[in-house]
Design a protein around this ligand. Structure first.
Ligand SMILES: NC(=O)C1=CN([C@@H]2O[C@H](COP(=O)(O)OP(=O)(O)OC[C@H]3O[C@@H](n4cnc5c(N)ncnc54)[C@H](OP(=O)(O)O)[C@@H]3O)[C@@H](O)[C@H]2O)C=CC1
Ligand SMILES: O=C(O)[C@@H]1CCC=N1
Length: 264
């Protein structure tokens, strides 16, 4: 697999690390305008770092675009004449819809939109995927690429913004919950390092329980809540303070913002 990551910033580099971690590419190009900060990736023999997007496109088959939305159209313009039937164009760009990509490069290209998150760097991304009509023939290939670095779900394009909030922004939301749990553990007497260890492994355990057992969160809650015990006491106080409600309202606000950015 010859992969190019056009725009090796926060997300692009996370994807690059995930690919390296999973041995997912025979060759990999990483591009950005100022390459000084990513030069170290050349220590991996199969990685080329360059500011020349055209060179990266010519020498790769799978093109993963991870630039800011405002830069995407001009980069597509700059590279569109180099696109051939070997190329699969994968965009991670928030709010940049497939018809807009087709307007620039044509509908006769394999186009995939993917929404991974930064946990891709450790092979644990939740990645949502959709495609243009022709791209349907390459969805399995895209899933195979991203399944090596986590879990994938194919969704309709009109759910991509919601997926961005839940999965991509979701990393920040879960980090804050882990951090708050850590702060609670410090108040109960653990040192900061121990407190974070307790919080993150408990979080990992909770998610793994649901993934591996297929059970509903409330079933698992019922198993932990001893009548008149400390768990239900804590849980009910959290709900009196609006835990579920604040999470839901935060998610909806985030979605409203993304819809507003799209319109702008
Ligand atoms: N961060 C996240 O968790 C997620 C981000 N996204 C989406 O991914 C995209 C990237 O986000 P993020 O990684 O945070 O942004 P960054 O700003 O960190 O990365 C974008 C990179 O693009 C590079 N770039 C800019 N212009 C060019 C160019 N002409 N050619 C090649 N590279 C260029 C920039 O480097 P330089 O200036 O040196 O060129 C920069 O490193 C966005 O569209 C975002 O919506 C999606 C899901 C999650
Ligand atoms: O915060 C943002 O707008 C972008 C999209 C998802 C993650 N980062």
């Amino acid at each position: 697999m010859k992969i190019a990551i056009i725009g090796a910033g926060n997300l692009g580099l996370a994807i690059a690390k995930g690919i390296l971690h999973s041995n997912g590419a025979t060759t990999m190009y990483l591009t950005k305008r100022n390459i000084k900060s990513i030069q170290e990736f050349e220590k991996y023999g199969n990685v080329t770092v360059t500011s020349d997007n055209q060179e990266a496109v010519k020498n790769s088959d799978i093109l993963i675009f991870a630039v800011q939305p405002g830069h995407f159209a001009s980069i597509l313009q700059e590279t569109k004449d180099l696109l051939t039937e070997k190329h699969v164009v994968i965009s991670t760009i928030t709010g940049f819809k497939i018809p807009r990509i087709e307007e620039i490069i044509g509908s006769d290209k394999y186009i995939i939109r993917s929404m991974p998150n930064t946990a891709i760097s450790v092979g644990k991304s939740m990645t949502c995927i959709c495609s243009n009509e022709l791209g349907k023939k390459r969805v399995d290939l895209a899933k195979a690429i991203f399944n090596r670095m986590g879990h994938t779900m194919e969704i309709p394009e009109d759910q991509m913004q919601a997926a961005t909030v839940i999965c991509a922004s979701g990393i920040a939301f879960w980090m804050r919950l882990i951090r708050a749990t850590t702060q609670g553990a410090i108040q109960l007497g653990f040192d900061a390092k121990e407190a974070q260890e307790l919080a993150m492994h408990t979080c990992n355990g909770a998610a793994s329980l649901l993934i591996e057992s297929g059970s509903h969160p409330e079933e698992e809650i019922d198993r932990v809540t001893t009548p008149k015990g400390c768990t239900i006491e804590g849980l009910n106080e959290m709900e009196h303070q609006g835990l579920s409600s604040s999470l839901i309202r935060g998610i909806v606000s985030s979605f409203e913002k993304i819809s507003e950015i799209r319109k702008g």
